[in-house]
Design a protein around this ligand. Structure first.
Ligand code: AMP
Ligand code: TRP
Length: 326
């Protein structure tokens, strides 16, 4: 069984784009792979953050991942900082990566251009991500297109390390779902729905109540025509609604239009489908938040499973690097 690894940062609230673009795929992959999923809180430290917010977001995201269907018994689900191996391995990765390689990362360029404080951690972020992946003998990394460059870097680092220090790491590859829904903002359908827009009217949060979801869809931006047609270039708003409706009901976006005649009907149908999808997820999330002992048991279980693999890899890394046996 191929091993897969993926990670998600605990920043902001989880939204419909995360669910339809990534998390649903994580859930689907767990039955046919040996899956390791990580809440990457150390990555959240690379930009200015509020400690209380981070603590809450890490717990909430862990519970949300279980609620959307990640099975903590079948898969390995854990919080990155619960294992010291990630930070430890990241150092070895930083010493294997070249400054020039890190400087070429477009995510670093984008994020450093737009902030006044740029941490060293933001620059070495991809080395930590490489450590996350390589610690678990990962074959495949399911991610969005924006992460392709980071996974290429992880491959290069793994190969370089292996050739310098002997066979140590499995060389991973990215798997980018061709059909993964790209969910756009309901108010600005030319932009991706995002956490930074969260709280805004264009983002559906997984914890939004039915009335809020209805309201947000009702106010969704469409266009001045009346025809329901899937054409993202000229009709971004309507096409986004069709994409969402299609993704939730398991149809192609164009097919989701059938039987709908007015924009109001499309909005209502999409809202209803999303409310129906999120209902059981919200119920499961509420159950978990009401039972901290169970959440804590599941997180400990995940950390222990992860540690078994990560510590064996770290032993190899230490030995092959020439660090003196403890
Ligand atoms: P982020 O919220 O950027 O940390 O992303 C977490 C995961 O959700 C990544 O795998 C993204 O590719 C995915 N994702 C984020 N926003 C969207 C969106 N609007 N549509 C589809 N996938 C998304
Ligand atoms: N950088 C990824 C993102 O922004 C999150 C991440 C951290 C990750 N470590 C990972 C993804 C390892 C895949 C594998 O979405």
């Amino acid at each position: 069984m191929a091993r897969i690894f993926s990670g998600i940062k605990p920043t902001g609230s989880v939204h419909l784009g995360n669910l339809l673009g990534a998390l649903r795929n994580w859930v689907a992959m767990q039955s046919e792979h040996s899956a390791v999923y990580c809440v990457v809180d150390l990555h959240a430290l690379t930009v200015p953050h509020d400690p209380d917010e981070l603590r809450k977001a890490t717990l909430s995201l862990s519970q949300m991942l279980i609620a959307v269907g990640i099975d903590p018994e079948q898969s390995t689900l854990f919080v990155q900082s619960h294992l010291h191996e990630h930070a430890e391995c990241a150092w070895a990765m930083e010493c294997t990566a070249a400054v020039g390689e890190l400087r070429r990362m477009t995510q670093f360029k984008d994020k450093s251009d737009s902030s006044d404080f740029v941490s060293g951690g933001l620059f070495t972020y991809p080395a930590l991500q490489t450590a996350d992946i390589l610690l678990y003998d990962t074959d495949q990394v399911p991610v969005g297109e924006d992460q392709r460059q980071h996974i290429e870097l992880a491959r290069d680092i793994a190969m370089r390390f292996n050739s310098r220090f002997g066979q140590t790491f499995v060389v991973p590859e990215a798997v980018i779902p061709a059909t993964g829904a790209r969910v756009m903002d309901l108010q600005h359908p030319e932009n991706k729905m995002s956490k930074s827009e969260a709280g805004g009217q264009g983002t559906i949060l997984l914890l939004d109540d039915p009335a809020t979801i209805e309201k947000k869809f009702k106010r969704a931006v469409t266009d001045s025509e009346t025809e329901i047609r899937f054409d993202p270039d000229t009709k971004p708003g309507v096409s986004n609604l069709l994409s969402i409706l299609g993704a939730v009901t398991g149809q192609e976006p164009a097919a989701a239009a059938s039987g709908l005649n007015r924009y109001g009907d499309l909005k209502a149908a999409t809202a209803e489908a999303v409310i129906e999808l999120l209902g059981p997820i919200q119920a499961c999330y509420q159950e978990l938040t009401a039972d901290p002992a169970e959440t804590s048991r599941l997180m400990t279980l995940g950390a222990n499973k992860a540690r078994t693999v990560a510590s064996a890899t770290m032993d190899r890394v230490r030995t092959n690097l020439g660090l003196l046996q403890r």
